[in-house]
Design a protein around this ligand. Structure first.
Ligand SMILES: NC(=O)c1ccc[n+]([C@@H]2O[C@H](COP(=O)([O-])OP(=O)(O)OC[C@H]3O[C@@H](n4cnc5c(N)ncnc54)[C@H](OP(=O)(O)O)[C@@H]3O)[C@@H](O)[C@H]2O)c1
Length: 219
């Protein structure tokens, strides 16, 4: 059992992932810039799912950053500044980024590639002593948050640090219905993050919440 903190854990994505991790037995701290908001969200999660009681709490982003593993679940505009402010707490740790950089252009969403090619790489550059791993970019918050149902998607995991990547692959594989795919180094992160814009545009057209399943893998 690990402690897992979620920066921006009051949003739909971070809260849903926090609930998933708590459901499989990890202790989760939903973090926020306003700890009271996170406390309310954690209480909401425990009211909805009694089994999460004692496993999920709310607090500040600083408290979340003190956990063993830390997830970044803020909008991309705030991700780098958020982690920079928590750098010393994050040094040496696995930091999972689920952040997608997207821009609304007219009715559709376009991927935005930050200067280093991905948000994952931006965060890794901001946290040179941390092991930054990209994962969960394509998992829709609604399905992630419905924790009594198995997920039905692949989760592509990237990181420059091989050990951290393998640890997150093992963590993802604990989630029923999720299949972790080791997708290599951060070189692939930009393509994975950008693919989210494709999925969201598909979702708008087909009024659904699509995700990704790869064929041809034996795992
Ligand atoms: N929604 C999905 O289905 C989904 C799926 C996979 C990945 N993602 C990615 O996960 C991330 C979070 O998605 P979301 O839909 O949960 O986002 P969100 O609701 O817009 O934001 C999540 C939380 O981040 C905090 N926040 C907002 N602006 C911030 C800023 N400028 N600096 C620091 N913190 C800020 C807020 O918490 P406080 O105000 O409480 O601090 C907010 O509740 C995004 O990068 C998204 O691309 C989303």
């Amino acid at each position: 059992m690990k402690s897992i903190g979620v920066l921006g854990g009051t949003g739909p994505a971070g809260m849903a992932l926090g609930k998933r991790f708590a459901k499989i037995g990890h202790r989760v701290v939903l973090g926020s810039r306003d700890p009271q908001r996170a406390i309310e969200k954690a209480s909401e999660a425990c009211t909805e799912y009694e089994e999460l009681k004692d496993l999920i709490i709310g607090g500040s982003n600083e408290e979340a950053a003190n956990c063993d593993i830390v997830v970044v679940a803020t909008p991309w505009e705030g991700a780098e500044s958020t982690v920079r402010g928590l750098k010393s707490a994050l040094d040496g740790k696995i930091v999972i980024s689920m952040v997608n950089a997207l821009l609304k252009v007219g009715p559709s969403l376009h991927p935005y590639l930050p200067p280093r090619g991905s948000v994952t790489a931006q965060i890794q550059a901001a946290l040179p002593q941390s092991k930054v791993v990209g994962a969960f970019h394509h998992a829709p918050a609604k399905e992630l948050g419905e924790i009594r149902d198995d997920l039905d998607c692949d989760i592509m995991v990237v990181a420059d640090n091989k050990d951290a990547r393998e640890e997150v692959v093992a963590l993802v594989d604990q989630i029923p219905g999720a299949r972790a795919i080791d997708a290599g180094t951060n070189v692939s992160a930009g393509a994975i993050e950008s693919m989210t814009a494709v999925l969201i545009n598909i979702n708008i057209k087909y009024k659904t919440r699509s995700s990704i399943r790869l064929s041809g893998l034996e795992k």
